[in-house]
Each structure stands twice: as C-alpha cells, then as structure tokens.
Write a protein that binds this ligand. Structure first.
Ligand SMILES: Cc1ncc(C[n+]2csc(CCOP(=O)(O)OP(=O)(O)O)c2C)c(N)n1
Ligand SMILES: [Mg+2]
Length: 733
C-alpha cells in the first residue's frame, strides 16, 4: 500500500474490523478513501485549469475510483507490470504516482516525467513503477501486455538471458522480472469491441499467461451505449468460454466488493493458474471528457440514477455508518487533500515548458547509433569456405545464417510469426516423422530445431498479435525478431506499427523503448503474384518517424544489415524481397558471425560519370542490366547507387553522385505517385538544382494494383527496359 502523507484521525477502530472488511483495517480503509478522494480532486482541479486555459485537455477517472484504487493497493508497483488506460488515475496514485507528476503532464511541462510534455494528461508512464507508457488509440495496450507477460515468463525460464552485455542494445536495457509477477491491463467496455482485445484474450488463454484484465464498464463509449458495442450488452457473458481464465463480475463502485473480487483474481494469477478478467460496473459522472456533453445523449433521470452510485459518496457514507471514521475526521482528510492538490497545481502551472528545438530528442536511441562505425565490420576471411566456387549463398541462406548466428550469440532473441516454426507439434520433429517447415519461404528453417520451441514458435494467424506482442516483449528487454509473411498482409498490424512500436521511446521521453525487428517478405515480379502477393509500400513506413527501414538487394547486404538490425537499439522494419530470396544475382559467401553494415550507407554498385541511378531492392539488378546496355549501345557510363537502408538513407552518397554526373534517375518498384522516390527526387531538385543538367526523372510501377496475368504484371511493374528508356531520355535531354 502506498504511504499516506496525512495520517487521518480514525474515530473508531473495532478490533474485529479486519475480518469484516475483507482483511482491511480501518487504517487501510481510510487510506483507500484518501486515494479515491485525491483522484477526484485532481480531476476537479484539472477541469478548473482547463477552463482557465492553463491545460489543454482533460479526461477524468471520475466514477471509476473504487475499482481502480482497489486494484492499485492490491498490486505491487515496480514488481508487477501495468498497461493502464486513461481512466486509471486511482490506480496510478495508489501505485505511487504523485499529483504533481500528473499535473505536470496536464500543463505539458518539460519535467513531466511520463512524456516530457509530449502526451495528453492521463497517458500514464512511470518506469520505476513499471507503468508502461500508454497511448490514445483504444485497445493497443492489450497485445503489448501479452508480450510483457510472455517476456516475464521467458526471463524466469532463461535467467541468463537477462544479463547485461556490452556492445549491443543489451548494454542499455535493464531487465527485471519476478516469478510470480502479474501483468495488469485495463480498458473500457467500448474498447472490448476492438479485435486486439479478442486476440489478446486468445493468446493469454492459450499460453495461460499471468495477466489481469480489468474491464471498466461505465456503459458508454463516448455516446455509444454498451448494448451497441457488445452483443447482449455484457462482456462477461461473451468471454466466458476462454479456457484457463478466472472470471469475475462486480459492482465497481463498491470498494469492498471490488477489493474482494480483485484479490481473488490476483491470487489466481499470482499462483500461476492462468489469466483473470474482472469486469467492473462503474459510472461516468463527468461525461466522456471535457470536450463531451453527455446531456446530448443521456436523459436527466439516467444521469441522476448514476449519481446515486457515486463510489466516493457511497464509501464516505459507509465509513461513517460503520463508525470507521467520523465526519470531522473525513473532512480533515478532504481538506488536506484539497491543499495538497492546490499546492501541486500551483507548482505545475509555473513549471518550464519543453525547450524549443528538443522535439527530435529520443526519436531514436540516444545510446547506440546504427549509422556509426560500431556497426561496420569486414567479412571474416576464415569464414569463407576453402573452395570458393561452392560457397555462393542465396539471400535466403544468408538471412537464415544470420538468424542462427545471432540466436546463438544472444539468448534474448525470440522468433515468431505465421508458419515460422519447423513444426508446432514438436513430437513429430523429435520422432523424425517430419522434416519441418520453417517459414513459407523457409527463411527460419531449422531455428526451432536448434533453439527450442520457447524461442521459435508459430503465432496465431493475426498480424497485430505478432507486432503487438513483439512490442511488449521488446519493452521488457527481449529481442523479438518477428516475421510478417507477406507485406500485403501487414495492414492488420498497422496500428501497432504506426502508433506504437516506433513511438514508444519518443512519447515516454525515453522512459521506455522497444527495439524489435519486424522482417517482412515484400515485392512482386513473381509471375502470377497478383494483387495480394506483390505489394510494396515501403514509403508508408519511411513516413513513420521512429522506425528504421531497411531494404537489401543482395545476400551479403541482407546478412550484414539484419545483424545490425538485431543488435541495434531501435525498432527496425526489415524488408526482404521475395523475388531476390533465391536469385542468382547477388549471391555471396558466408561472411562470418559478426558481419555488420551500418544503416544509412549506400553502396555504389557501379561507378559512372554520365548519369546516376538511385534505387534499392529488386530494381537494383534491373537497373544494372539497363546500365550495362547503356554502356554497350550508347557508350554512356551510368553510376548505380543502391540505398540499402531507406530510413535513414545516405543523402551524402546521392549528393556526391548527382553532383558528379549532373543527371539523376530515381527508380522504385512501388507505384509512382507519392512513393519513396518522390522524396529523393524532391530533395535532389531542392538541394542540387544548380548541379543538374536535366530534370530529375523517376521510374516506378504504374499507379494501379499488380495483376495476375504475367503479361499484365510485366506491363505494370517497372522493367529493366523501362529504366533503359528513361536513361536514354535523360541523357538525351
Ligand atoms: C482506435 C480508436 N478509435 C477511436 C478513439 C476515440 N475514442 C477515445 S475514447 C473512446 C471511447 C472509449 O470507450 P470505452 O472503452 O468504453 O472507455 P471509457 O471512455 O468509457 O472509459 C473513443 C471512441 C480512439 N481513441 N482510438
Ligand atoms: Mg465505457
């Protein structure tokens, strides 16, 4: 239980009270009242500050206090892990967050410990207390909490993996874990409509994870009533079939009932029996937020009835009627809290704002720079086979080799995704009944056999599940290297990839980080790949701050860049072109277990002086063919730059080349308009205009989908011939 600032006067302290009140002493009960009242007072103060335009947003925990304070006093700050949502002020206060800290966030102060003035109020974050930074999208917390619970279990089973190791991301990631830890995650009734809620219940149940789900049912999601969100109007009935769960439904405005239900649930989870879900019925007396007026959709009688269930009013009356505290004692508690909140608010409103020019801080790791020479190593000669002729490996081989090497070196690496395991029914493998799959493209082949089923396993067929869990695991210090089977199916994970994984460090002011690697099979030229097995779309992720995006064109680069991705301290999207996996182009010998290429360093594939082609991925071999033909047929010397990493990218290499050749062609496989090449072309036009002898040209796919019929596919995707024609036009300008 958090320590009290004020010692309230307890009018009566019956000795048998503890048994009567679920084991809570009068002192405990008054402490709970104090926290509930404090929570409401902060909300009231914020509402005042918002009206005075000293803060810019307010969302309250009003009506949820009994349930949340009960959870907060039962759970262990800095020991258990917390993924709360915005109504959880009472929980966070009980865990040890101070009113001043909360009000610093409300004003957007530089010293706001949760986000450095970057997030709205009630977006809790406190690394010391294990309160993991939350966001505004409803429901993204669930799968991250699943990953967090899995990480805790993993470290308990592999304690050696938690050790600090210098020289990679592990140097900067404190890991802590406890055998009986609980991962708390909460949300409102409306949010249970999100698919990620169901995905998380599925995995929590299947893996019997030590998780407490708290659903705070105030019967509304802004103006939408619960029966519209939830079939039959009651989430408890819908989830009842999930195996291994402990379920409880409780009046969340009643302190003792909430406390009892939560205690039983937490004991169940802590005992390792599986996850629990507590469904608390609460009220929402202050509308959805200060931007909402519930009178527009809730009639007066409904609102009046709700007021009668106000948990603070009810608990106060209970304390008095039970003789636990008298009016005077409670009044004194309330006055003290009012003073405390006033004092905190006065201090917060005069706090300094973030300094101009600091907005880029913590977009990426401040500790480890993947563009630095620390990530530059030579291929090891001794690693080369004696007979070079037999040593040429495909991109698929060398990605697989890198994963094998890194998993050996770093026990924190776990690999999961759809079909990535050799065989989920591992007895088939053990008994040599099957050979094993290891990915639809076989990139993860043999990893499960080598490192075990707790390090390499199949996920459910759900992309948000993959990325959300990876985010939670990486937050705890694991290094998930997950696979999205086809770029075409990345979209269910979009929320996690856009709003979570790359944002966590920035929005928590580096309080948390999640340097996971997401490998994605991408691209077309498959002869029949059609719409849903040919997509590119890298610019969507290069357009996402906080994400590193890598797109190798050959085996050696794929090996060296994947190793950098795994060892670095930032989230990385690693794009692997399916057509290049087993291409003859770009095969290489195994470079040894420590070969790394820094991010942001392009490769000059071919030196030239008449025109520059800037490209990456599958356009590299196609542009190379075009360049060779230009040489043959026109005696034009083409310089070919393979960017290799798209974010960050090597502007210096582009600028140097274009300044030399004075002509630039940017080539990409993705559709032309609003694509990655548009950014490069715009920057060349902007910064190198004086060096140009011709307009910047682009080659790309037609602005449509990729068709199944191979002749139409060829017409849509950019071919070597298209690059050649563009080069002719450009050099004739
Ligand atoms: C993905 C997403 N969609 C919409 C919103 C806008 N929004 C914020 S809160 C909210 C309602 C949430 O209702 P509920 O889960 O019942 O929680 P409550 O606010 O009632 O406690 C909505 C629609 C959002 N933040 N995120
Ligand atoms: Mg609600």
């Amino acid at each position: 239980m958090a320590t009290t600032k004020v010692e309230p006067k307890i009018a009566t302290a019956p000795s048998a009270a503890a048994d009567k009140y679920e084991g809570l002493t009068p002192h405990h009960l008054i402490e709970i009242y104090r926290l509930m009242f404090l929570s409401r007072r902060i909300d009231d103060r914020e509402i005042m500050l918002k009206r005075q335009q000293k803060i810019f947003f307010q969302i309250s925990g009003a009506g949820h206090e009994a349930l949340l304070v009960a959870a907060g006093v039962l759970l262990r700050p800095g020991y258990d892990w917390f993924y709360p949502y915005y109504r959880d002020r009472g929980l966070c206060l009980a865990l040890g967050n101070t009113p001043y800290e909360m009000l610093l966030q409300a004003v957007g102060a530089a010293d706001d410990p949760a986000s450095g003035g970057r997030q709205m109020p009630s977006h809790w974050s406190n690394p010391k207390l294990n309160i993991v930074t939350g966001s505004s999208p409803t429901g993204t917390q669930f799968l991250q909490a699943v990953g967090c619970a899995e990480a805790g279990r993993y470290f308990n089973q592999h304690p050696g993996a938690a050790e600090k190791v210098d020289g990679d991301y592990r140097q900067f990631k404190e890991v802590s874990f406890n055998g009986d830890e609980v991962v708390y995650v909460s949300a409102g009734d409306g949010t249970t409509s999100q698919g990620e809620f169901w995905e998380s219940m599925n995995t929590a149940s299947n893996r019997k994870l030590p998780m407490l789900f708290l659903i705070e049912d105030n019967e509304y999601a802004i103006s939408v009533p619960v029966e519209v969100n939830t079939a039959g109007g009651n989430i408890s009935r819908l989830v009842a079939g999930f195996p291994s769960f402990h379920f409880a439904e409780v009046d969340g405005t009643d302190v003792l009932k909430s406390y009892a239900a939560l205690k039983e649930a937490i004991d169940y989870v802590r005992d390792g029996k599986g996850p629990a879900l507590v469904h608390g019925h609460v009220i929402r007396p202050y509308s959805h937020s200060l931007s909402d007026d519930e009178k527009l959709y809730r009639p007066e009688p409904e609102r009046r009835l709700e007021t009668e269930r106000d948990p603070i009013k009810k608990f106060r009356a209970f304390l008095v009627s039970e003789g636990i505290a008298d009016e005077a004692a409670l009044h004194e508690v309330e006055l003290d809290i009012t003073d405390e909140v006033q004092e905190a608010a006065d201090k917060a409103v005069s706090a300094a704002f973030p300094k101009p020019g600091t907005y880029l801080q913590y977009l990426y790791s401040p500790y480890l720079d993947p563009t630095s020479s620390a990530f530059e190593t030579e291929p090891i000669r001794s690693a080369l086979p004696a007979k070079p002729a037999g040593g040429e490996k495909t991109m698929a081989d060398l990605i697989n080799a890198c994963l094998k090497d890194e998993m050996k070196r770093d026990e924190r690496i776990v690999v999961f995704g759809e079909d990535v395991a050799d065989c989920s029914r591992e007895e088939y493998l053990r008994e040599n009944q099957v050979k094993g799959k290891g990915g639809v493209f076989k990139l993860t082949s043999g990893l499960q056999a080598a490192y075990g089923s707790d390090r390499v396993f199949n996920s459910p067929l759900a992309e948000a599940n993959i990325v959300g869990r990876a985010t939670g695991m990486a937050t705890r210090g694991l290094k998930p290297v997950v696979e999205i089977q086809f770029f075409d199916y990345i979209w269910p994970a979009m929320h996690q990839l856009r709003n979570e994984l790359p944002v966590i460090r920035w929005r928590s002011y580096s309080g948390f980080s999640c340097p996971a690697v997401v490998r994605v099979a991408i691209g077309g030229y498959l002869t029949g790949g059609a719409i849903y097995h040919s997509q590119c779309g890298e610019s969507i992720f290069t357009h996402t701050p906080g994400m590193r995006v890598v797109f190798p064109s050959n085996a050696l680069d794929a090996n060296g860049l994947l190793r950098t991705a795994i060892r670095c301290d930032d989230p990385v999207m690693f794009l692997e072109h399916k057509r290049l996996y087993r291409e003859t182009f770009g095969r290489a010998q195994y470079p040894g277990p420590d070969y790394m290429i820094p991010f942001g360093k392009a490769k000059t594939v071919r030196l030239g002086h008449d025109v520059s082609v800037i490209t990456y991925g599958a356009l590299v071999p196609r542009a190379l063919q075009a360049a060779q033909r230009m040489e043959r047929e026109h005696n034009i010397s083409v310089e070919l730059i393979d960017l290799r990493t798209l974010s960050p990218y090597d502007w210096e290499a582009v600028a140097n080349s274009v300044s030399k050749t004075h002509r630039a062609l940017v080539a990409q496989e993705d559709t032309l308009s609003w694509g990655y090449g548009a950014e490069i072309a715009a920057r060349i036009a902007d910064e190198l205009f004086d060096n140009l002898d011709a307009p910047v040209k682009r080659v790309a796919a037609k602005d449509t989908f990729v068709a199944y019929q191979p002749l139409v596919e060829d017409e849509i995707l950019p071919q070597a011939n298209d690059v050649y024609n563009a080069l002719v036009e450009l050099t004739e300008y």
